[in-house]
Ligand binder design. Structure first.
Ligand SMILES: [Zn+2]
Length: 70
């Protein structure tokens, strides 16, 4: 398994509730008081947004660093 840097891939993500493939859609996120837009896998049926563990644990830290640099 290889991962491409820079983006999150929705391929392979399935909504456990609806059984349909998630679509990668831009979502507004708020972190540490700042809002920004990220592409997250979202279920087109029920609207559930799934946050991949690597995003929650890794990229949010990167975002935090970016914000601190400003
Ligand atoms: Zn769903």
């Amino acid at each position: 398994m290889k991962s491409e840097s820079g983006d999150v891939r929705a391929e392979g993500w399935i909504c456990a509730k609806c059984g349909v493939a998630l679509e990668l859609l831009p979502a507004d996120a708020t972190y540490m008081g700042s809002s920004f837009q990220v592409d997250l896998p979202r279920c087109p049926v029920c609207g559930l947004t799934f946050i991949p563990p690597d995003l929650a644990e890794g990229k949010m830290l990167e975002v935090e660093k970016l914000l601190e640099d400003k």
